[in-house]
Design a protein around this ligand. Sequence first.
Ligand code: LLP
Length: 422
Amino acid sequence: MEEKNNTLYIDGVSTVYLAEKYGTPLYVYSVTDIKNRIAELKEDFLNKYENTTVSYASKAFLTKAMAKLIAEEGINLDVVSGGELFIALSANFPAEKIEFNGNNKLYDEIDLAVKNSVGKIIIDGASELDMIIDCAKKYNKKVNVLYRVTPGIDAHTHEYISTGKADSKFGFPLDEVLEEVKKAKNSEYINFLGYHFHLGSQLFENDIYLNALDIVFELIEDTINKTGENIKELNIGGGFGITYTSEKRQPFSYFLEPVMEKIEGYFSLKNLERPTITIEPGRSIVGEAGYTLYTVGSIKDIEGIRKYVAIDGGMTDNIRPALYSAEYRAIVANNIKGDPLETVTICGKCCESGDIIIKDAQIPLTQPGDIICIPSTGAYGYSMASNYNCLLKPAIVFVENGEDKLVLKRETYNDLIRNETE
Ligand code: LLP
């Protein structure tokens, strides 16, 4: 983002122009930023180490346009539901580059995945293998699988986004997974590739990945001893943290260099071929590339207590503050350099006192009609949006080098009743 004539520009396009053209609230994505992140991953990982894969975790943000962009960039796509899979397939995303993750996969979802020959299924629970075999028989396919394990690591992030602890709904306990793997290896319809773990999200320390590796190496050793075979792939999940307010984003290399050094060291020490190493970043690819634009409506100044600045969206387009006490920063997009600054509470228009986007935002004196931009909303904003209070989901615009393109229309009132039958 950049400033021109006291106005905020994103990827060469004026936010005031975007707000006028498309209305607000509006999600805006800088395509250049997304491409730059992927280029960084190529430099720090894909091109630096052989036999590595990046699978974009599409739960962070997915539309057909995004799937097409990921396809053009040549990396894989991670989906966690029939819905995400459907969007990817609708965008003609190459099925062999799709990885199907997620707990409690349903029969119909597995059926859709196997029928379309997705690249891999990451088995997350005991009920999945039989369903996969059943579908594989039906379509006469052999399915590549990994097993997700919980290494028992506490990721020190918000409880709701910590996923690698022993007490987790995700994955297999380490002492149970080998029995499952043996079952998979017994089936002619299954090609067992290896293991997957994901420790949590919005992480800033590399040591937990290294600690998890120690634990998973033991599992790999056990697997070789008991099945006679090395694994072919190890997926270490995503979770690399980004900047919302004052967090210091680490470059990908901060995580991946020590991780790769440890992995290469281990496999060469054991004289074993190193498996393919896959990572699954979501937030770190799209989070900082996405911005939300809002228009200021009513302002309520409770003297000596608080000044509420209400915007035309809120927890419906960004649930993260209400759900995780997530923090954001704000910019008055039509008056970036305005002076003096004041401390205000930026609230949404939902009937919830917790519908607060920023509790204490430092912004220039603002008035109704101003455009407020909240940066770093590209991940888990649109993907977790709702229609609470029957608010309409915003439009999405992609901008790149001064050009803007609508990729998703704003919902209309008719969308709210389109599935009603009476
Ligand atoms: N792989 C698996 C298996 C995952 O469960 C996740 C995220 C990722 C990859 C991608 O993680 P990332 O690189 O985006 O951190 N809604 C929450 C985040 C939930 C993350 C769930 N799993 C939020 O808004 O913070």
